[in-house]
Design a protein around this ligand. Structure first.
Ligand code: ADP
Ligand code: MG
Length: 687
């Protein structure tokens, strides 16, 4: 194929290799032309008119129609960022924030971090003076409200991906509704792929009269406007399996191979659930490609999940050599948040990782659970972006029709609310039960959260933030239990160590993920293993990393993920700064690991477990609610089974597994949270 001539100036002179042509030959399309071809382009005037005249505009449109990348640019072109104001666009996922921000910067021909920037937790790529369009997670915007409750620097806030109903999105919507009453000039755009626009509109429709600042004409209509962007998705043919599959990873791999053997060119997008199964599938496909040169040689297999390094993320969007077929194996991040051009085939496992919380047992964990019909339709839709496509569902038609639920449950109704409650409290929202939620959380979950916060010493008898502890905990952008652990480390003289632990716990894993090399990884871990447990093991790894001079080679040799360690250093620096700001003195306890374990207990006492006396298979019971749990095989305490432990989080597969475990002395529990334990289990803890 011939390359078209380089573009003339009218097109802005910015050239881009169109990702959609990656499988069908080389070609350059100007970014300006690409923009004009997007469905939202035709609605530019309508969108701008509605935003001008309505306080809230709801935009519904197919994934890939240009909502996220175009609407902020339209707003800027129309002057909404003039006079030092900023246009905000929120996303539930960090990876999506980075990807769309860099795309928009590229489209505008500016350097990321200047006119277009982004902020995610522990990473701020914006400029105080020059950033006009800012992408950020909804969680970060909530945090910004602690400094600036009315979010005064923003002229328009676009809450994107509202259909995901993430917990932060829901809290944000409730708060923005309040802000609107005080700031009639603020405009909201709520955008999503499949939202139930009517119920969202009803939520934002307030009959209360606003107090306008200017004349009556300046006051926008309070009734939300709804705009539906007509997409131009192509037809997608759906295939089901006849019999349920027992191993969806293997089934996905075989399906990819048969598509590659039998179907014409076009990229393949596979939906699995998380890093573990995605890495496994990537490996199986790569092996397949090596063993069976002929049929699979044309495959370029790439993973896509959060926690991937920037370079690996970028690969997913980059063109691949002509004649090759791209296979992207993704979590549900590719369902609606990110658009991959050139996909013609979708393989849908029917599962995703979801958070579930049971307020009765007070247990929250990540579970691989069936997706909803709405998700299944979204996933299928990804195959029909550029031409008619095919979707292979790894479940039966009967299952789809009869058993899949129509819609997912909002995260608010299946999460632990501890973080959410403390944030609202910090924003001065006292009547949490009476808060105007888009979807009300269960009263049990609310009460549990209040109880934990009370025991952490964060709330007082009147359910107000305590001073200074409550305010300090709210100030740290981490789970309140982690923040409390950091506060406690101040008194215990081990803040240096605890900050390192907090930094490591806030990333997914510091180990290189290695299917097949599990034995080598286990051996490497043994070099650092501490009898006290995983938290202390992390300290050993960190120490080793520093002693090696932060060497990538050292990491390689020890199965430690170098990128992850770099991130740990970065997060650690930021946490140090925050800690100092709230008055924590940085101090090392040297080798006094008891101090470290006590600090962990001070934050995580609610996750204490006791080994069943006569258990031969390592069964523990949570002290709080006598749930059966086991130490995860990845823990250094697996098979060691100390009598009393505290876990950081739970994952559930065939059993409930505790990840990141530390051994404790049970008397510390009463010390750390007398109310919590004496109240619940008067006799089970030895004094
Ligand atoms: P929506 O938010 O409606 O789902 P987006 O604004 O995210 O749509 O995407 C619009 C189009 O922009 C996509 O169809 C794709 O062609 C292009 N695009 C978005 N992000 C990228 C990227 N990182 N690389 C290349 N193209 C992209
Ligand atoms: Mg989008």
């Amino acid at each position: 194929t011939e390359r078209p001539p380089l573009l003339d100036d009218e097109d802005g002179g910015i050239l881009l290799y169109s990702a959609s042509s990656s499988s069908s030959g080389y070609g350059y399309v100007s970014i300006e032309k690409q923009r004009q071809r997007l469905p939202v382009f035709k609605y530019r005037t309508a969108i701008l008119y509605l935003v001008e005249t309505h306080a809230t505009t709801i935009v519904v449109g197919e994934t890939g129609s240009g909502k996220t990348t175009q609407i902020p640019q339209f707003l800027k072109e129309a002057g909404w960022a003039d006079g030092g104001r900023v246009i905000a666009c929120t996303q539930p996922r960090r990876l999506a924030v980075q990807a769309v921000a860099s795309r928009v910067a590229e489209e505008m021909g500016v350097k990321l971090g200047e006119e277009v920037g982004y902020t995610i937790r522990f990473e701020d790529l914006t400029d105080r003076d020059s950033t006009r369009i800012k992408f950020l997670t909804d969680g970060v915007l909530l945090r910004e409200m602690m400094e600036d409750p009315l979010l005064t620097k923003y002229s328009v806030i676009m809450v994107d991906e509202a259909h995901e109903r993430s917990i932060s999105t829901d809290v944000l919507l409730g708060l923005l509704k309040k802000i609107q009453r005080r700031r009639p000039e603020l405009r909201l755009i709520i955008s999503s792929a499949t939202i139930e626009a009517k119920s969202m509109a009803a939520f934002f429709h307030t009959s209360k009269k606003r107090r306008g600042l200017g004349g009556e004409d300046c006051v926008p209509k309070t009734e939300p406007a709804i705009l539906s962007v007509e997409g131009r998705g192509f037809n997608v043919q759906i295939f089901y399996v006849e019999e349920p599959v027992s191993d969806y990873i293997q089934a996905a791999v075989s399906t990819v191979m048969s598509i590659h053997d039998q179907e014409p060119m076009g990229d393949i997008l596979v939906f699995l659930t998380g890093q573990d199964d995605i890495d496994a599938a990537v490996r199986l496909l790569t092996e397949e490609a090596q063993s069976n040169r002929k049929s699979s040689s044309g495959l370029v297999v790439l993973p896509l999940y959060s926690g991937l390094s920037r370079a690996d993320q970028d690969l997913v969007f980059s063109p691949i050599p002509r004649g090759k077929r791209k296979v992207v194996i993704a979590t549900n991040i590719a369902e609606t948040s990110l658009t991959l051009e050139g996909v013609s085939y979708v393989v849908d496992s029917g599962f995703s990782k979801q958070r579930f919380y049971n307020p009765i047992s007070d247990i929250e964990n990540l579970v691989v659970a069936p997706i909803s019909k709405a998700s299944a339709r979204q996933r299928a839709g990804r195959a029909g972006r550029v031409r008619p496509g095919k979707c292979y569902r790894l479940y039966s038609e009967e299952y789809f029709v009869k058993e899949m639920s129509a819609e997912g449950i909002p995260e608010m109704q299946r999460s632990n609310l501890v973080s959410c409650v403390i944030q609202l409290k910090a924003l001065g929202i006292d009547n949490i039960l009476g808060f105007d939620w888009p979807a009300s959380p269960s009263p049990e979950a609310m009460i549990r959260a209040l109880e934990v916060l009370y025991s952490l010493g964060v709330l007082d008898d009147d359910a107000k933030l305590t001073s200074p502890a409550g305010f300090q905990v709210a100030e740290i952008p981490l789970d309140p239990m982690v923040s409390k652990m950091i506060l406690a480390s101040n008194q215990l003289g081990c803040s240096e160590e605890i900050i390192t632990i907090a930094a490591i716990l806030s990333i997914q894993s510091i180990w290189v993920s290695v299917r097949g090399q599990q034995k080598d990884l286990d051996e490497a871990k043994l070099r650092f293993a501490a009898a006290e447990g995983d938290h202390v093991t992390f300290l050993n790894v960190y120490k080793g990393f520093l002693q090696s001079g932060k060497s990538p080679k050292w990491c390689n040799k020890n199965f430690v993920n170098y990128q992850a360690m770099r991130k740990v250093l970065e997060i650690r620096e930021q946490l140090k700064r925050i800690a100092q700001r709230i008055g924590i003195v940085l101090k090392s306890c040297e080798s006094d690991m008891q101090a470290v374990r006590k600090a962990v207990t001070a934050g995580f006492f609610a996750n204490a477990c006791n080994l069943e006396a006569f258990s031969h298979n390592g069964m523990y019971k949570t002290i709080r609610s006598t749930q059966e749990v086991y130490i995860h095989p990845s823990s250094v305490l697996f098979r060691v089974n100390p009598k009393w432990v505290i876990y950081h989080s739970l994952v559930s597969t065939d059993r409930q597994y505790m990840r990141n475990v530390i051994s404790i002395d049970p008397s510390w529990l009463i010390e750390a949270a007398p109310h919590f334990y004496q109240h619940h289990q008067p006799n089970s803890i030895p004094h």
